[in-house]
Structures are given as C-alpha cells and as structure tokens.
Design a protein around this ligand. Structure first.
Ligand SMILES: Nc1ncnc2c1ncn2[C@@H]1O[C@H](COP(=O)(O)OS(=O)(=O)O)[C@@H](OP(=O)(O)O)[C@H]1O
Length: 381
C-alpha cells in the first residue's frame, strides 16, 4: 500500500521503483482475472454436470450425495412460495398466490425479469378444458401466463407484437411463459404461420381435444347464456332456441347442420391438418380432454416433459370435489374453478346424441390414425 501511496504522491521517483509497482499492479490484475475466470469456469462445469444428470435447476442437485433430489417446493408451502415468488418477479400475494404485483423495478432488473413472448401456446379447443389446463399449469413455479386470453393472432393482430408482449407477465430467466387462446384453433390458415413468424419457429403448441358431442353441448350452453335472445348467426354461428334446432337441419331429418360453426369446430382433423403443416409433430402436444378430466396429474406430468421444465406436479396437488364433480387444486390452497366451468348440461335425446356421434366418428378415426392416438370417446357409438 505504501508503495502505491508513494508512487501516487511522488510520481517522479526512480525508474526501478516505478517498474516494480507497475509489475505488482499488473500481477494483481492478472491474478484477479485468473481467479474470476476459474470461478466462472468451475460454475459452468458444475451447471453442465447438473444438467447432464437430467436436472433442470440448481437446487435439484445435492452436492454432498451427488444425486438429484426431490423438489421441496412440491410439498412444502413455504418453499413453494419462495420458488414461485421470491425467486421470480411478483410479490407473494395472499392465497391464491396470483401474479398480481410485480416486485420493484430494481429487483426486476436484478432478477432478470422481462415480459417475454410465450414459449408455448394453448391454442384450443374451446370447451374442452383449456381453462382448467391453464390454471393447473400456472401452479408450476416455472410457469407464468397472462390472466385474460390475449386473442392476439385472431383478433388483436393490428395492435402489433409489442402490445402482445405487454400482455405477458414478467418472467425470470428460469421461467417460461404460456398463453391460452382457444379460438386460435379454428383459424388454422393464418394463426400458425403468424405464430412461427412473430414468436418463434420453436413455439410449442398445446391442444386439448375432447368428445366433440360433449363439446358441442357445452358450447351451445355457453352461447345461449351469452345470447339470451337467440339470434341468427353471430359470425357463422347459429344458436336456435333448442339444441336440436341448432345442430340438426330442420327439413332434412337426421342431417347434421355442418355449416354451423359450433358443429364444424368439432371436426378436429380438418383444422389439425393445417396446424401440422406448420408445426412438426414433436412441437404439438395433444391432450385427451376426457383423460385430463379423470386424471389431470398424469397429463400435467406429460406436459412438464414436453415443455422441458422441472417435474413438479404430483397427485397430492389435486383432489376430486364431489360437489363440483371435477378435480380442483389442493396446493398451495384449496381452489376450484368458478361456476362457469363444469355446468350441468341440458338433457339431450339419445337419438340426437347418436346422430352427432356418428357424424363425428369418421373424422375422429382419421385423426386417430394421423396422430397415432386412441381417443377415449371413440368407441361411444
Ligand atoms: N377440473 C375441471 N373443472 C372444471 N371444468 C373442467 C375441469 N376439467 C375439465 N373441465 C371441462 O372444461 C370445460 C370448459 O372448457 P374450457 O375451459 O376450454 O372453456 S372455454 O373455452 O374457456 O370457455 C367444462 O365444460 P362444462 O362442463 O360445459 O362447463 C368442463 O367440462
């Protein structure tokens, strides 16, 4: 130190003294550089070792035993809140722990929080369980998503990509963003190319399909509630005062009204062909909505694998609610979806159900062959 002081105070001292100090400064600089580089290198090696073991996050690896350990956040609520919030971009609100208030600006920066475009999109299908699927996925500490459906690619496209990005919540670098807009599914001509062009060629597409007859009844019910005065066609929709009048052509007994958009939506294969033109099979995950209803955890675990995120979901996170007749969340707090999900369906005559089932069956058989999937509703008629 005194050398440095003298060097600064009496810069014109002898040549030998100056060179000695310069050498010392240079050596300490080199030492510092060597130290930081070796620390960084060791960190990279450690991360690579952890990743090579199949772990997706640092604390999944126990350095003493050299093994992958169970994620404490799976069963410990405090650890869960720590992972979901303290390591991310939002304040831990009171239950149900929604992403409401971002942390302050300086912390956002420090944690690398940004509004990022989605890496996966739930693109359909309406009334097949897209809301429970999204809500259940959002439990995962590594997933964030917007509250309302953005409808960017089918309705808000003029607003531009920055508007779309601003609909997304903040995410930390270890998190992924998922959005859901079920109506994307029936715009297979323009939505898939727009996603590829504007978001990424690697965007993952999640589709939940269900029994098309059951879906149709659910859709009809939803529209009757939205349009109490039954009117002819909202776009190409036809919602008459009864389900039968809406889906079966009046003068030709037994003929399904295939031009009604709510009927056409259930011809999944027609729309799927287009999606497969733009996304390779490995980038599209299809979930059987009926299986999801009965065993959500199994499907959520398949999704973790597909999305490449750390395994989190387990049976204990859900319980079957016998009043609602559906699975609800049990972790970190008990929570079911609102009353608009899981409504009681009207009684429909067996004859109409059979007509519809037979109408959809050949399409579903083709879809089954195309996707190599056996859909749970296929053997129904
Ligand atoms: N766990 C759980 N809780 C509640 N509801 C569940 C669940 N799992 C699947 N479902 C089925 O999801 C149907 C609603 O589908 P969507 O969320 O895709 O509807 S929407 O398109 O967003 O309006 C909803 O349709 P309805 O029964 O007609 O209300 C349910 O059949």
């Amino acid at each position: 130190m005194s050398y440095v002081f003298r060097y600064v105070a009496y810069p014109r001292r002898g040549f030998r003294q100056n060179s000695l100090i310069s050498l010392l400064v240079l050596l300490s600089l080199l030492g510092y550089l060597y130290y930081t580089a070796s620390v960084r290198l060791k960190e990279i090696e450690r991360q690579q070792r952890i990743m090579a073991m199949g772990a997706t996050d640092d604390d999944e690896y126990d350095h003493e035993s050299g093994r992958i350990v169970e994620w404490k956040a799976k069963y410990d609520r405090d650890e869960y809140v720590y992972q979901k919030f303290n390591r991310s971009c939002y304040m831990p609100n009171m239950p149900p722990y929604l992403l409401k208030t971002p942390v302050k600006e300086s912390v956002l920066k420090q944690r690398g929080c940004e509004r990022r475009l989605p890496s996966a999109i739930i693109a359909g299908v309406r009334k097949c369980g897209t809301t429970p699927l999204m809500n259940f996925l959002l439990l995962h500490p590594s997933i964030v998503g917007p509250g309302p459906e953005p409808h960017y690619f089918d309705a808000q496209y003029d607003k531009g990509i920055d508007w779309y990005r601003n609909q997304m919540p903040y995410s930390a670098p270890h998190q992924i963003t998922i959005e859901k807009t079920p109506t994307y599914f029936i715009h297979p001509h323009d939505v898939p190319p727009k996603i590829r062009m504007d978001v990424s060629l690697n965007t993952k597409i999640i589709l939940i399909l269900c029994d098309p007859v059951h879906r149709l009844v659910s859709d009809y019910l939803e529209w009757t509630m939205k349009q109490p005065k039954f009117s002819l066609g909202m776009r190409h929709k036809f919602i008459a005062e009864t389900f039968e009048k809406s889906v079966i052509e009046g003068d030709r007994f037994g003929t399904v009204n295939m031009f009604n958009e709510i009927v056409d939506l259930g011809v999944y294969v027609k729309h799927m062909i287009r999606w497969f033109e733009y996304f390779p099979p490995g980038q599209i995950m299809i979930i059987d909505g009926e299986t999801f209803k009965l065993n959500p955890v199994q499907e959520l675990q398949r999704l973790e694998d597909f999305l490449g995120i750390r395994p989190f979901f387990q049976t204990e996170h859900f319980y079957y609610d016998s009043t609602k007749n559906f699975f609800c969340m049990a972790f970190p707090e008990k929570r079911c979806l609102g009353s608009s999900k899981g409504r009681t369906h009207p009684d429909i005559s067996e004859r109409i159900l059979k007509t519809l089932c037979e109408y959809y069956r050949p399409y579903d058989i083709t879809l089954s062959k195309m996707t190599d999937m056996t859909f749970s509703w296929l053997g129904k008629c």
